[in-house]
Design a protein around this ligand. Sequence first.
Ligand code: FES
Length: 332
Amino acid sequence: MAKHHTVCLGDETFVAQSGQILLDAAIAGGVDIPHDCRAGRCGSCMTEVETGITLGGESKQRGTVFACQAHVFSDLKINVEALPPVDVVRARLSGLVDLTPDVVELAITPDTPFSYLPGQYCRFTFNGFPARCFSPTAALDGTASDGNFRLQIKRVRQGRISTNLGETIKTGHRLTIEGPFGHGFLRPGLDKRLVLVAGGTGFAPIWSVADAALRENPLRSLLIIVGVRKLSSFYMGQALDLASQLPNVEIIAMAEERQTAFHSVCFGVPQDHVPELSPDDVVYSAGSPVMVDKVGDMASAAGATFYSDPFESALSAEGDWLTRAITWLRVG
Ligand code: FES
């Protein structure tokens, strides 16, 4: 077997050692493949392998791999989608509203215009706090974008950011935005059915995609499946109500809490309500990695196009206590 392989990306070429991680080889060769987590989680480095052999890092999108996980074992011809360039801007928190007792919506005003595609995410670093990734969304009441970012954030008991929202982090707080990242964005100009599956605040990127798709074509066929753990966390009613008024939009809403007060909210989890899919469907899923993974399996089995935005908890993204301890010991 050859020890070195040639990888072609458009009109650029680079060399990879046999078994080398594709992304590492691209970076070493000075070729840009978009990436972020480098751990197979974020999807930013999704790469189509047109010809050749790689091992590992297969995504649920047929014919594609995560370049940060795929090992090169032959000459390759690959393709990556053009994405907006990653940028860093300063910004300020310009609004903060509690949508439910455990979900808060932030408005963030960038100092300079900043573009991203509906469904992408960015890294937000509030002054004095660690960076966190959130997916900007569209207004729940359907008003057009005013250039501000809207974030919907779940308050979690030990969350370094969420417990400080409205306390240490108030309107006027300064922050940095880096991005955009991720491949779970709306591809414009297509007319296939969109199946959008969200759990909890995974609704943020899903509503961003739905809002943009319906602005592009209000007659588009769209199925939104959204679930929450507790009914008291159900903050998306206004948006769902708006979307449901369009002729080809179907909504399935649910809670993991049995209740009889709201007939339009059924019992269960989103992945249990995904209908039979076909190769003509384009499926997006955002929320817990378990849910996203199951929806991805269904899409993959049906041959549907699949894009995802799995929400890793900040702690799991930072590693468990042992990993963090080892890192600290190494640094020390
Ligand atoms: S950079 Fe490869 S999945 Fe995040």
